[in-house]
Design a protein around this ligand. Structure first.
Ligand SMILES: [Zn+2]
Ligand SMILES: [Zn+2]
Length: 153
């Protein structure tokens, strides 16, 4: 699955508006970093984005990518995909959704909210403090890996 042109443009417009309202300069590098992230639903790591942006902006450094991602994340323009599979992965989709993580290949796939499994927070948690979020990570073997596995045997 890839992100449609219409969706990329929608994300770019939202990005430009968000930068303006946060007083962030719309630099060429910021735009390129965001565009690279907005154009994929693969939840890339900073390194993966670096490899992608470098093709368009040969002078960009990994450090710049990290700094840009941090700034955009602080402003809520992008988010860290809250997944536990090693490296930090980033997400231009800031609408509420869940992630399916493949244990074989670490693919991170969006799951729309309609398919959300219900989670009941145990009442005793209240004794521990205030809950501000509860994350659900769905893990398994993605279709591609499953096909590879069945081909093996
Ligand atoms: Zn997989
Ligand atoms: Zn996502």
């Amino acid at each position: 699955m890839s992100v449609s042109k219409i969706e990329i443009e929608r994300r770019m417009r939202r990005f430009e508006e968000a930068c303006r309202s946060h007083g962030l300069k719309l630099t060429h590098q910021r735009r390129q970093v965001f565009r690279a992230l907005a154009a994929t639903d693969q939840h890339p790591s900073a390194e993966a984005l670096y490899n992608c942006v470098r093709r368009r902006v040969p002078t960009v450094s990994l450090d710049t990518i990290y700094r840009t991602l941090n700034t955009l994340e602080e402003k809520g323009i992008i988010q860290k995909a809250a997944v536990y599979c090693g490296k930090t992965r980033y997400d231009a989709n800031v609408e509420q959704h869940f992630h399916f993580v493949c244990r074989e290949c670490n693919a991170v796939i969006d799951v729309s909210c309609a398919a959300t499994p219900g989670v009941t927070i145990p009442p005793e948690v209240r004794k521990l403090g205030t809950v501000c979020s509860c994350m659900v990570q769905i893990e398994g073997t993605c279709r591609k890996c499953r096909a590879l596995k069945t081909a093996d045997c």
